[in-house]
Structure formats: structure tokens, C-alpha cells
Design a binder for this molecule. Structure first.
Ligand SMILES: [Zn+2]
Length: 241
């Protein structure tokens, strides 16, 4: 596994853990509220703002933990991206000592996504709590598993984006002419990434959307990986384009 992939899984597991504990907490609290209000229909209890706040608080906490983890994951990805780029540049006979600095704009948009999901998560959770009692646990589990998945995808993208951005900044600062896209080729490799394997472009340029007649999908031109969540592609510097 590459350094970026292992970093992504390290932080991804921590994010997943932040979300994993939540359904039980919610169920326990909900059961308590219902026991204390035996004659009230669940719908009437759920509209109370204090109940809604208590029920959704664990999810807000998980969302803010995810944002913190995303920050750390971004910095860690950025650091190893520039370190590995420096090593490769040394092999190429370029100095490779300057540190790359990854852009924070992508990180901010990723974080905004987490908050956006967290707001809609609350509505989805309140919705999941309505309906029959027997299916409650299943419905909550389904929503939380989806939120857990989104959190780990966000972390994965944060690590790989910062890693590639730092590597590219380091290439540019040290005079590498180009960058080459590499795909991890096996039965799981998607056609988008497979089509880019081995393609070299100038450091500041985007990779082509099309190679030959092959349509590489709707992701648009990219400066580097990841092309999609869970992308296993990486870049290397090149002396020539
Ligand atoms: Zn890929």
C-alpha cells in the first residue's frame, strides 16, 4: 500500500469510529424518552426541539470530529506528498529540497460538504426515527452507516488531494518538466484511471480527459489524482514532457 493510501485508511478508520458509536446512543436515549412519555405518540415527542437536539447532538459531534480529522489528514498527506516528491526528485538529479504547499481551498470545500451532510443528516435521522418501533434500529443503522461511509470518503479524498497537490508543488519548485500518472492496475482498476496510466503532461497542466478515442468519464480535466474516492493512482516527476 502506498503512503497516501495507508494514511487515508488510518484517518478513515478514526472517522468511521467517530460515527460507529452513534446509533446505540440515539436508541438508548429514544427508548428513555418513550418510557418517560408512555401515552404520547412518538411523532409528538420527536417534534420537541430539546429532544431533537439531544438525539442529533452525537451526530453533530461526529461531524465536527470528522472535520478535525480531515484537517490532520490533510496536513499529514501534504507532508508525505512533499517528502516523497523530494526523494524522487533527488533520484532524477534535481535538488528536491523545497517543501510543497498544498492548497487549502479543496480542504475547505470538503469540510463544507461534511457540514452540509451533517445538516441533512439530522433530517434523515429524525425521519428514520418515525414509523414502527421494530424497524427503528435497522433504519437508524442504515442512515449511520451511510454517514460513516461519507466520512471515510471525505478523509480519503482529503489525504490523496493534499498528497498530490504537495507533490506537484514540489515538482514545480524544483524544475521538473513533467508529471506522469500511474494507475494501480488490477481487476478493480476503473477505465478512467486505466486510460491515464503512463501519460505524462507538463507539471502545471491538466491530464487529458480523452486518450485516443477512449472516453475517460465526466470527472473533467484534473491536475492529478485522486480521480474519484478510493482512487489508487499516484504521480511521479518527469524530466521531459
Ligand atoms: Zn485512480
Amino acid at each position: 500500500m502506498s503512503s497516501a493510501a495507508s494514511l487515508a485508511s488510518h484517518y478513515g478508520l478514526r472517522a468511521a469510529k467517530a460515527w460507529r458509536i452513534q446509533p446505540d446512543k440515539v436508541l438508548t436515549f429514544l427508548n428513555l424518552v418513550m418510557e418517560n412519555n408512555p401515552r404520547k405518540p412518538l411523532e409528538d415527542i420527536l417534534v420537541r426541539p430539546d429532544v431533537q437536539l439531544a438525539l442529533t447532538q452525537p451526530f453533530s459531534d461526529a461531524a465536527s470530529q470528522t472535520v478535525d480529522l480531515m484537517d490532520s489528514a490533510w496536513r499529514a498527506g501534504s507532508k508525505i506528498g512533499s517528502e516523497e516528491a523530494s526523494k524522487m526528485l533527488k533520484d532524477l538529479g534535481l535538488e528536491g529540497v523545497q517543501k510543497g504547499k498544498a492548497s487549502v481551498s479543496t480542504l475547505n470545500s470538503l469540510k463544507a460538504d461534511v457540514w452540509k451532510n451533517s445538516a441533512s443528516a439530522k433530517d434523515r435521522l429524525i425521519e428514520a426515527m418515525q414509523g414502527d418501533r421494530e424497524g427503528l434500529s435497522d433504519r437508524l443503522g442504515k442512515v449511520t452507516r451511510d454517514l460513516q461511509r461519507r466520512a471515510t470518503i471525505g478523509i480519503d479524498v482529503a489525504v490523496k488531494e493534499s498528497y498530490a497537490q504537495s507533490a506537484m508543488a514540489t515538482y514545480a519548485q524544483n524544475g521538473a518538466a513533467g508529471k506522469t500518472w500511474h494507475s494501480h492496475i488490477d481487476e478493480k482498476t476503473c477505465s478512467h484511471c486505466q486510460g491515464l496510466d503512463g501519460i505524462t503532461v507538463a507539471v502545471g497542466e491538466t491530464f487529458p480527459e480523452y486518450t485516443g478515442t477512449r472516453v475517460l468519464g465526466t470527472y473533467g480535466p484534473l491536475l492529478g489524482p485522486p480521480r474519484h474516492p478510493s482512487c489508487r493512482c499516484w504521480l511521479t516527476p518527469s524530466l521531459m514532457v
